[in-house]
Design a binder for this molecule. Sequence first.
Ligand code: GDP
Ligand code: MG
Length: 169
Amino acid sequence: DLEIAMKVVIVGNGSVGKSSMIQRFCRGIFTRDYKKTIGVDFLERILTVDDQPVRLMLWDTAGQEEFDAITRTYYRGANACVLACSITDKESFLALPKWKNKVCRECGDVPMVLVANKVDLQKESVVDSAELEGMARSLGVPKLIKTSVKDDLNVATVFNYLAQSYMQS
Ligand code: GDP
Ligand code: MG
């Protein structure tokens, strides 16, 4: 079989856990405070979807999201997208429409998933499930997944879902 490769971009406000999620999925590790960037454009991992190997290249934003300066290179050729927020950060939740519009403008209609991260910090949550479901509905994003990168909860689910959606599209 020819290997299929897909580029996945992970967008959202700073500190929601994007770099951590990439590290967790591709390297199997979580650290509280590694340097702000992972030092490379992307990390990759191969998944199998219906016996077909799929190489996922997960692109990191290198902290540029704080300056609203993510370049075209970041989005170019993306095949799928993670829209990420943290349940402990209301602003990151309210910024989701802005991030979705950016992705749509640069990448068109690609498979997307809304990820609400840091569910291990439920006690500090400022965004409830109804709000998350309402946001997913209003954005027209068909899938909402609650994750904890720290506890390795549902991280693989996110990327399996995107790989499957891409293979079916
Ligand atoms: P980014 O700016 O979106 O790339 O966010 P980072 O991956 O740099 O994460 C920001 C901070 O949140 C770091 O201190 C991470 O260790 C922490 N973090 C990421 N995911 C989780 C999580 O699921 N739970 C908790 N408690 N902390 C997390
Ligand atoms: Mg980062």
